[in-house]
Write a protein that binds this ligand. Sequence first.
Ligand code: 6CS
Ligand code: FE
Length: 304
Amino acid sequence: MKDLYPSRQEANARLLPRTDPVVHGAWTPDAPITQEQAAQFDADGYLVLDQLFGPEALALLQAEAHTLLNTPGALAPETIITEPDSRDVRSIFQVHDQSAVMARLAADDRLAEVARFLLGDEVYIHQSRLNYKPGFKGKEFYWHSDFETWHVEDGMPRMRALSMSVLLAPNTANNGPLMLIPGSHRVFLTCVGETPEDHYLSSLKKQEYGVPDEESLTQMVREHGIVAPTGEPGTVVIFDCNTMHGSNGNITPLPRANAFFVYNALSNALVRPFGAAKPRPPFIAARDVRPLLKSPGLLQERAA
Ligand code: 6CS
Ligand code: FE
């Protein structure tokens, strides 16, 4: 398969054109978001759905995030990632396969229908994780394009995927909120350097390869600025697979917990990695591609 987005192959970074649409679906009045929201996502590469989930669903999610964090013995050990210099949990991966509540959240129409519309296809979960960013010790996530990693290390062919971050705690200006460069999704910034063997063992703690160069980042920020969507728990931040993003550390006492789901179009299922010797393990990059089935909303689980 032709590599439309070659990265980590040259000594200098390059800006390549994005050859994929951003919004793959054609908007109609039945779409799950407004035409203005679809246009904003297309132009900026992100969209904020304010307090999509109410207090009852939120209580369920926050309780589940607490349970998962406090019963590590019930989780697959490789899915628990600690902070680089402490035993504090940084992330728990593959939560949609390890928690019925998180599986329901991922399939909830308020998220999955938006993903189906924006990606113009049936979808499946490429990756999910709970990021805890604990108070005082939550370290930064350096700038990166998720797609650059998913293309080079996982074999994701095209830009037809997106992330949804469900805020489980107040994301304020102070506790290390997600920062995005609006409009950066429209170009593919190649990275220099190669991909170390089993890179994920270090990159999920602190990513040092597949990170953009400072000169290109400076130019991007000069052109587009930086936004840091804040919000109350229950708010959802949706961002395109290629939107440049990162987050600062959290030295406040306030944890910044989010649940992340990466929706990939069924037609964009992973192939052989474009720049790594072997694929990353399934807990980070799903390969058993099963379309996400419509399922009753998060709360209906309690009724069941
Ligand atoms: O490598 C990955 O797939 C993960 N790393 C980051 C920093 N964002 C995307 C994804 O969760
Ligand atoms: Fe990321």
